[in-house]
Design a protein around this ligand. Structure first.
Ligand SMILES: Cc1cc2nc3c(=O)[nH]c(=O)nc-3n(C[C@H](O)[C@H](O)[C@H](O)COP(=O)(O)O)c2cc1C
Length: 403
């Protein structure tokens, strides 16, 4: 997925950096946050400056880096107060065992720990340390304490540590930290809701290696699942074969055939609140798949039969659940989308215009119609799929009557 973090635009973010080896990743994190259009100020502990010079963060942030509680030059207002009034959030990455201990005890003996004590807003931390340190009972207790007081912890990952050992304690990856940061700036209006999103193409095999499919890239469904996750939903993404990594915070199950997709929907649908079917589901499969690999010879006839209509069955069974369908058409889009809504008993249908190189499959943009069960018919202009994803989630919210 192309990185784009509109939630961070113009946000005032303080990045606190402490003395752990993983602070090299913070340089990449800072660049990504700056690229998103956020304003960033960096506060480093003295020990952090032993790993990387403040010059690096100064250049990346485009602002002075603060390290001293008592700067050489007199300031009318102490730095920790000035910064605590300026910042909308403090992101601590990496967070050492030491700073976590200080936060748990309310110790304020340098600029960063004093700022943390004086800061009234949200604090997000990405702990990073050796596995023995991470499992140390004192560290565990301190994490529990600060978490109960409202600090959000991005758990460290498992893998190769700086020592070369495999264990738990390495700082969460940059993408994951950014997801948590974006989530803080997103309204949590889908919190507690379970959402299923289908995405990408399906494949119906002719023989063991050839299949019938379509050019769906999965972008629409991936944007939808990311948007739902950012708004606090528990998201299950049922994805056909595409070249996209699962968005952060989303559980992904890979499927290939319509039958596999149907099985997964039937299994998970009863427990979900919202089902968004944006996958480009194939309409035909071969009646009988050939075993092995077909050899080149004279003309070959294939007998195609329809695949099961997933949306129809679901629309008939839904109970207090919202079902959103997508229809892709090259012509008569409005009428066909209206018919689909009625036939499938969906709550909302997004009609997508397929126009070569302009709108539709494997493109960033799309235009079409929003057709609602309440009789609403609204044309939407050519927009980015991520923008359409926001529009669809807003519509779902309205249908559900959720604030
Ligand atoms: C090479 C090296 C790597 C270190 N890596 C970590 C680390 O990843 N996590 C951690 O909690 N401490 C780590 N430490 C120990 C901290 O630097 C030490 O506890 C220090 O007091 C932290 O100070 P600060 O929290 O004020 O930055 C490391 C120390 C050294 C010498």
């Amino acid at each position: 997925m192309l990185p784009n973090y509109p939630e961070l635009e113009k946000k005032r973010i303080i990045i606190g950096v402490t003395g752990g080896i993983s602070l090299y990743k913070t340089c990449i994190l800072l660049r990504a946050i700056k690229k998103a259009g956020a304003e960033v100020r960096v506060v480093m502990t003295r020990n952090a400056t032993r790993f990387v010079s403040p010059q690096t963060f100064q250049t990346l942030s485009g602002n002075p880096v603060y390290t001293e509680l008592f700067p050489a030059h007199f300031l009318q207002e102490p730095l920790h107060i000035r910064l605590s009034e300026w910042g909308e959030i403090i992101l601590l990455a990496p967070a050492t065992a030491n700073i976590i201990g200080k936060m748990a005890s309310g110790i304020a003996d340098d600029l960063l720990s004093t700022l943390l004590t004086a800061f009234p807003g949200p604090v997000l931390i990405a702990p990073a340390m050796n596995d023995v340190m991470w499992h140390n009972p004192a560290v565990k207790e301190n994490i529990g304490k600060i978490s109960r007081r409202g600090t959000e912890i991005i758990p460290p990952g498992k893998g190769e540590l700086a020592s070369g050992k495999i264990g738990e304690g390495r700082m969460a990856e940059v993408e994951k930290i950014i997801f948590h940061l974006r989530k803080i700036f997103s309204s949590q209006d889908l919190k507690g809701k379970k959402v299923i999103v289908t995405a990408g193409p399906t494949r119906e095999y002719i023989d063991d290696i050839r299949f019938i499919s379509n050019p769906s890239s999965g972008k629409m469904g991936y944007h939808l699942s990311e948007e739902a996750a950012l708004r606090g939903a528990e998201v299950l993404l049922l994805s056909g074969p595409v070249n996209l990594p699962a968005p952060e915070g989303v559980k992904k199950i890979e499927i290939e055939s319509v039958e596999e997709l149907k099985e997964n929907i039937e299994k998970h649908f009863p427990a979900c609140d919202i089902l968004i079917m944006s996958a480009a589901v194939g309409d035909f499969r071969v009646k009988e798949k050939f075993p092995g690999k077909l050899k080149r010879k004279d003309a070959l006839s294939l007998r195609l039969v329809p695949t099961p209509d997933i949306l129809k069955g679901i629309g008939e069974r839904k109970k207090n659940q919202i079902v959103v369908g997508f229809s892709a058409e090259t012509e008569n889009l409005r009428e066909r989308s209206k018919n689909k809504l009625k036939e499938k008993k969906a709550d909302l249908v997004i009609g997508c215009l397929i126009k070569e190189k302009v709108s539709g499959f494997n493109l960033e943009k799309i235009e079409g119609w929003l057709i609602g069960k309440d009789g609403r018919e609204e044309k939407f202009p050519l927009v980015e799929k991520r923008v359409l994803a926001k529009m669809v989630i807003e519509e779902v919210k309205k249908i559900g009557g959720w604030k």
